[in-house]
Design a protein around this ligand. Structure first.
Ligand code: ADP
Ligand code: MG
Length: 266
């Protein structure tokens, strides 16, 4: 369990996180959503050790993380997938992934074992191992970035907007990869601006507003929550109560109207 307690943190111009309390259960995929500027990325920065909280604590299974920097936090098993453009374009996929295991470099056997495991989980690594990273598409790069992080076999993987800038096919690939990593035992904490995608990947959902948790629930329940649907999913889900029925109907029933189309593809 990753536990964030009473965290206040910011960048010098006042606190962005305002007494944040959040529990990230082990073995789950927790997704933080919320408006721009709510402090979502800041939460990840505090957890990964990039930003020290002014007050409050971050603990992983009872071990304090908040007084370590990024290297210390990584050493405790928490790895953040960096923002895109983090690969060395002139180096091969294999070299880029192996860099993730830099701390294991003296144990060649372990390094090879980890690499093989990562390559098995993420086929693009094996398929393009000798190709330069600069030749990959955005989605492929994102997967190799995740692969590189998995070299340390983190117990917690942090991802900030993994869907950003990806085409629909890459989205599916990255989303599946996150689920696979989780199925392999990694706890995932991710931030998504694509609320629908994020919550559909996740087991737990958290709505962050003004640096605090506004809502928290099973991801499916959060997606079905009318308030969340209204604010983040572009309309009500299947609103049964006698609301303004006629005006909402057009947008709300659009998917159903095309259901014939959709079913032929399945
Ligand atoms: N490096 C920084 N220096 C100063 N202010 C920052 C910095 N990064 C973020 N902020 C501010 O902190 C607030 C929260 O940012 P962030 O955590 O990135 O929000 P989110 O990821 O939810 O969009 C915003 O008002 C943003 O302008
Ligand atoms: Mg952000």
């Amino acid at each position: 369990m990753l536990t964030i307690s009473g965290v206040y943190a910011g960048y010098g111009g006042g606190d962005v996180l305002q007494g944040l309390d959040l529990e990230v259960p082990s073995g789950a995929i927790t997704c933080i959503v919320g408006p721009n500027g709510a402090g979502k990325s800041t939460v990840l920065r505090v957890v990964s050790g990039l930003l020290k909280p002014r007050l409050g604590t971050v603990e992983l299974d009872g071990v304090r993380l908040d007084q370590f920097g990024t290297a210390g936090v990584l050493g405790k098993g928490v790895a953040q997938v960096p923002q895109s453009q983090a690969l060395f374009p002139q180096m091969t996929i294999r070299e880029n992934v192996l860099l993730g295991g830099y701390t294991l470099r003296r144990d060649k056997q372990l390094l090879t074992k980890r690499y093989d495991r990562v390559a098995e989980l993420i086929p693009i690594v094996a398929e393009r191992s000798n190709d330069k990273a600069g030749n990959l598409s955005g989605g492929q790069r994102r997967m190799v970035e995740i692969a590189r992080c998995l070299m340390v076999e983190p117990s917690v993987l942090l991802l900030d907007e993994p869907s950003l800038g990806l085409d629909p096919i890459s989205l599916t690939g990255v989303s599946q990869l996150v689920k696979d990593a989780n199925a392999g035992g990694t706890t995932v904490l991710l931030v998504e601006q694509n609320v629908r995608l994020g919550l559909s990947m996740a087991t737990h959902g958290v709505v962050l507003e003004g640096g605090r948790v506004a809502l928290e629930a099973a991801a499916g329940d959060l997606m079905a929550n009318p308030e969340v649907a209204e604010l983040y999913l572009g309309g009500a889900p299947s609103k049964a109560p006698a609301a303004a029925g006629s005006t909402a109907a057009a947008a709300g029933s659009a998917p159903a109207a095309r259901s014939g189309d959709a079913s032929t593809k399945r």
